[in-house]
Write a protein that binds this ligand. Sequence first.
Ligand code: AMP
Ligand code: GLY
Length: 444
Amino acid sequence: MKVLVIGPGGREHALVRALLADPFVHEVHAAPGNAGISAIVPTHPVDAVDPAAVTALAESLGSDLVVIGPEAPLAAGVADALRAAGIPVFGPSREAAQLEASKAFAKQIMAAANVPTGMARVASTAEQAADALDIFGAPYVVKDDGLAAGKGVVVTADRAEALAHAQACFDAGGTVVIEEFLDGPEVSLFVLSDGLNVLPLAPAQDFKRIHDGDQGPNTGGMGAYSPLEWAPPGLVDEVIARVAQPTIDEMAHRGTPFVGVLYVGLALTTRGLRVIEFNARFGDPETQAVLARLKTPLGGVLLAAAKGELDRVERLHWSPQTAVSVVLASANYPDAPRTGDRVRGLKKAEAIDGVQVLHAGTARKLGKVVSAGGRVLAVVGLGDDLAAARAKAYSGLAEVKLKGGQYRSDIALVAAQGGIVVASPAPSPVTAFSAGSASTPAGE
Ligand code: AMP
Ligand code: GLY
């Protein structure tokens, strides 16, 4: 099978690596890729958000499957164009991708499908925003209702800051979703779907803030680990039964079936699980950690999803090891990242057993790797437990040199110390669990 991967980031580097490891995949191409991807497969300088250009490339390569990584091509209708041309594609249609592109739409679907999520109000004026902030109280959660790569959300105890963020979104012509604050640990669960059936990957945890101790602004994600030893038994089954399957069913019922990966971002609150957000794609940098443990060949699974045959795939198999990914970001990320700096030490890092270096914002200039984006790369460490996987990831990172580079030193640290506690929710109608069909062991 020939596969074309669309996207420029670390998630796509991880997808390409996993696809190359599938014995039924004999050719992988990427567009546009980055310096790490172009070192292992042919890359093509195509505009990933141009549906006609991507379709023409897939046709010229004779691709049997196109895998779309980021949200922007999905929102631009790239999957629709490929499907119209008869090319199997892993990634939702533009309409189905609204689950990510519009937070207000996602809330509507969750309400219709009875999916547990935070209470929220849409606001389009300062007055509405102020009212909504006062209804929910502090801490305040204000979300830009559009694609913002995880950076459009402000969570703050400062009412003036919350209002200022809302005003900035209005000034840019947008609306905001104001939401009740959800406490408790966060989980990212990726659920593959063919529009009807669902198949969960192993859950991961992402670190959204730029600085240690969850300080500073939100980013696209500074690190991740998988699996979650602390996850309550039956968590994945519960998410499938209460969130993923009802959402997929609702999308199918509306005539906009969702084919691809439904990224369920959850908070395990004192009142039970709540969806924080949906994304219509794999998460970054969770994918780097999750796929590092996947034993089942990926290409066949994604093709089955693209062709509506996911029911033929048995449950996925995972390495017993733990994976930790730590992102190296450029100076000034997430505001105005500096680019064009040499990235050194990559070979030394990659040479360490149990370490992978997955490029994100990198480019090749005069034969050398330079930074070309906010998140430059992720180092993934594999080990027998979280402490060992952390040690591997940080030993790899210690070899990589980037002027002004920033990374968090506490990725997976609290979990490694056994410090994550999930409250057992008091039974209530909204948390009542109806038995699901999927069966997956805890933490997988
Ligand atoms: P989102 O773009 O909706 O994923 O939000 C980005 C991040 O902001 C989430 O991963 C959370 O860390 C935080 N966040 C979003 N919504 C809430 C909420 N209702 N309560 C607490 N934290 C939130
Ligand atoms: N790591 C969060 C995301 O991919 O949106």
